[in-house]
Design a protein around this ligand. Structure first.
Ligand SMILES: Nc1ncnc2c1ncn2[C@@H]1O[C@H](COP(=O)(O)OP(=O)(O)OP(=O)(O)O)[C@@H](O)[C@H]1O
Ligand SMILES: [Mg+2]
Length: 434
């Protein structure tokens, strides 16, 4: 289906000097115009994406007026549509450029050029990319892509004069984007631009201060200061320092009613546990509250598991609105069994696959909700409480942020907790911040 424009128009405010560099680096008069790639890294909300979109549109249209293919990539197709395509359409509307956006086939035609959209997280996307010859690529939040996708994307840009535009927030200091492109910028002919929130003139001091309060620890250093720093030690330091600050009781729940909630399910294996969490949301998503948990470490039959799950869902639904459960997608047989058991028991509940996106996104979400005082745990959820208190990064994996999973750590509680909020985490995190 081809959809013509009927979008809101982007309300431009003045670009900062840094944004102007990003906008114009590829132009003849820029000292960097012979570079093959630009990487804009740094703080959240620093104006990287908006300036990168404008720059990419102008570069591709001015340099290749006769019809070429281009790549637009996000960490997932959903994130690409929300973070890039949506503002891009508003920008096109503001500029008065016409376009055809094919929403079902995921491409946009502007002038003679076609921009193909990819979610970096799926195999299908990587396969689709393989057949393409492109004159440029735009990668939003590139540090969350598998390296294979980035390599493939760069490899596809074989048209003479092609350029790659990337932006990202920092990860660890040994992350491949840092090690391969930023640290080797000269050798790889990369132009590196570093952004902080002061490079976004649309943010008031008050809003910047609110963002600063959104993160603690390593995430503060990465997302606010924009530094590529290593994670180490306790993952949820703030929680471990003062767990009681996060615990709530029935009285709290009476004063702060739960609008509705979602269940997260992690299935146990040989050494791991079965874990269910019911997470509720208070009015306007002000708080995210783990209200009930189930945790069973011993081996049980699928039949027993289904009975336990039905019992859990009944307890949840007797008190709260709950329509969905997100389950570990690695266990399709158990999921199917559960679905059948739910139907047979006459329970209305949508059983879905957990998203299982980047682990750092999930950790950052809980870090932020804790920092904002918006995450609570009912005192009955003792397994989850311990899991948050004890979780540490794996010292043997210094190049990646890996949670230590030595069989003693309760990763199952953390996974099931995260599955219950992952589908909505990005929307909730910034509520009331900007
Ligand atoms: N020149 C501008 N005019 C108007 N609004 C702007 C401008 N530059 C940035 N913004 C707005 O500031 C906010 C943050 O900008 P943007 O999304 O580009 O930041 P980012 O660095 O990509 O952030 P993140 O790292 O969180 O993805 C957005 O709401 C964006 O629309
Ligand atoms: Mg961005």
């Amino acid at each position: 289906m081809i959809k013509k424009k009927k979008s809101k128009s982007f309300k431009f405010l003045p670009f900062s000097p840094k944004q102007n560099k990003l906008l114009n680096w590829w132009r003849e008069e820029s000292p960097h115009h012979d570079k093959d790639m630009i990487i804009a890294d740094g703080s959240i909300r620093s104006g990287k994406t908006i300036a990168c979109i404008c720059s990419f549109l102008l570069f591709t249209q001015e340099t290749f007026p006769n019809g070429e293919n281009f790549i637009l990539a996000g960490k997932t197709m959903g994130a690409l549509k929300k973070n890039v395509v949506k503002p891009m359409i508003q920008i096109l509307t503001a500029w008065g450029w016409t376009y055809n956006y094919n929403r079902s086939e995921n491409y946009i035609e502007i002038g003679n050029n076609t921009y193909y959209m990819y979610g970096a997280n799926t195999e299908a996307s990587q396969d689709a990319l393989q057949g393409l010859t492109a004159a440029g690529a735009y990668a939003d939040e590139a540090a969350l892509f598998p390296q294979s996708f980035i390599d493939q994307m760069i490899g596809r840009c074989s048209v003479e004069g092609a350029k790659v535009f990337m932006n990202c927030n920092p990860e660890g200091p040994h992350h491949y984007v840092k090690a391969e492109f930023i640290d080797k910028a000269k050798e790889k002919n990369v132009y590196h631009l570093h952004f902080t929130m002061d490079d976004n003139l649309s943010l008031s001091q008050k809003v910047k201060d609110r963002f600063r309060r959104m993160f603690t620890g390593v995430f503060f250093k990465r997302f606010i200061l924009g530094l590529w720093v290593a994670s180490d030690g306790l993952i949820y330091q703030q929680f471990a320092d003062n767990p009681d600050e996060f615990m709530i009781d029935d009285e709290w729940l009476q004063k702060n009613p739960i609008m509705y909630g979602t269940i997260g399910v992690d299935f146990g294996g040989n050494t791991s546990a079965h874990s269910f969490k019911f997470t509720g949301f208070t009015y306007q998503y002000k708080e995210v509250v783990t209200v009930m948990e189930y945790y069973r470490h011993e081996r049980i039959t699928p039949k027993q598991l289904n009975e336990d799950f039905i019992d859990f869902v009944r307890r949840v639904q007797s008190k709260y609105k709950c329509y969905e459960a997100y389950c570990d997608s690695a266990e399709q047989t158990l999921i199917s069994g559960m679905e059948a058991a739910i139907v047979e028991a006459g329970i209305t509940l949508d059983i879905k696959n957990a998203i299982k996106g980047p682990i750092n996104d999930r950790i950052a979400f809980y870090n932020s909700m804790m920092a904002q005082g918006r995450y609570k745990i009912h005192k009955s959820c003792t397994h989850l409480k311990s899991a948050f208190e004890e979780a540490v990064y794996d010292e043997d994996e210094p190049t990646k942020d890996v949670r230590l999973d030595d069989g003693k750590m309760d990763i199952d509680s953390l996974d099931s907790q995260e599955y219950s909020t992952e589908y909505i985490q990005n929307d909730i995190m910034y509520i009331n911040v900007a």
